[in-house]
Design a protein around this ligand. Structure first.
Ligand code: MLT
Length: 311
């Protein structure tokens, strides 16, 4: 069932906070996008513009991030999933296709494990199913301690360097700068809370063989945080899965190779049959300068390009 309000930067009370989201396009089954840590919903802007003529697309600011401000709650992946389900209930979305990148993927897997009947498709991007290792946990808490003592700047700068393909800082400067702004917009408290949520996540690997919905797994070839081998092992374990490696991309493959990423996503969605609106074949795609963005409040991830028209 459709809600009446559509557009960008909408807000709805979910559990005990206001969840900020974009909701564009029409379709029988919406695709819900969940961003990575410590990003926000604007990182899906390209995918929304690319696919909105055919599908209903919703990108959420996860609790605490972006405009979904919450500076007081103890964050966890389970809580993020509870928020997602409550959000779907509030919007009267019985079933969705969930697409999560990295931490968003941890949430997507957690949600499909706990609420299998609520999802018709799963898209896992630059993510993994494992819980934090003992060593990984120790390192996360060391980082948290360092942030508590010295502030968040060093962590943020190091993190930005780690997420991109080595060539991106030179070749995709605009995207790197925009993601830097998104990361630095978080409070120190939220960075710490997010790191704790990730460190304490539970594994979902043992439920992969029970996932019975079409699944697309994508990963940047140069992803150093969740390398392709981790995606490949999920591909092997999930019955109805497809696996695409995104060349010339690191951990943020949807930003670094937005066309390739969106094309694979589009192919996957059209293969599901009937989740979008029936539309005549593509006649014309006009690409204009990003300055004509309709959504001027948000960063443009298009490196100067925007798809304005489909037919
Ligand atoms: C993310 O991008 O969401 C994080 O890098 C995930 C992680 O550090 O495990």
């Amino acid at each position: 069932m459709e809600t009446k309000s559509k557009g960008y930067d909408l807000s709805i009370a979910v559990n005990d906070f206001d969840l900020s989201y974009d909701d564009v396009g029409e379709g029988r089954v919406p695709v819900i996008f969940l961003h990575g840590f410590p990003f926000d919903k604007t990182t899906w802007e390209f995918q929304l513009e690319f696919l909105k003529f055919t599908y209903r697309l919703i990108s959420c600011d996860i609790r605490g991030f972006g405009k979904s401000t919450d500076e007081s709650t103890h964050l966890s992946i389970d809580l993020f999933t509870d928020d997602l389900i409550k959000f779907m209930d509030k919007l009267k979305i019985e079933k969705a296709i969930v697409c999560g990148l990295s931490m968003g993927g941890y949430i997507a897997l957690n949600a499909v494990k706990r609420f299998p009947g609520r999802f018709e498709g799963l898209v896992l991007c630059d993510t993994q199913c494992m819980a934090e290792t003992v060593e990984g946990k120790r390192k996360r808490y060391e980082v948290i301690e360092d942030i508590g003592e010295n502030g968040v700047e060093k962590f943020n700068e190091g993190f930005i360097k780690k997420v991109f393909h080595p060539d991106s800082p030179a070749n995709k400067k605009e995207i790197v700068d925009q993601l830097t702004d998104v990361v630095f917009a978080n409070s120190q408290h939220i960075i710490i809370q997010g790191l704790k949520a990730i460190a304490e996540r539970s594994e979902t690997c043992t439920c992969l063989d029970k996932i019975n919905i079409p699944t697309l797994i994508m990963c940047g070839r140069e992803d150093k945080i969740t390398p392709p081998a981790l995606s490949e092992s999920m591909y092997v374990a999930i019955n109805k899965s497809k696996f695409k490696i995104i060349e010339n991309a690191g951990h943020v493959s949807n930003l670094e190779q937005p066309y390739e990423f969106s094309k694979y996503l589009s192919e996957f969605l059209s293969g599901l049959g009937g989740v979008g609106v029936e539309s005549p074949p593509l006649k014309k795609t006009r690409i204009l300068n990003g300055s004509e963005s309709k959504n001027m409040n948000q960063p443009s991830w298009f490196s100067g390009f925007r798809i304005l028209e489909k037919r």
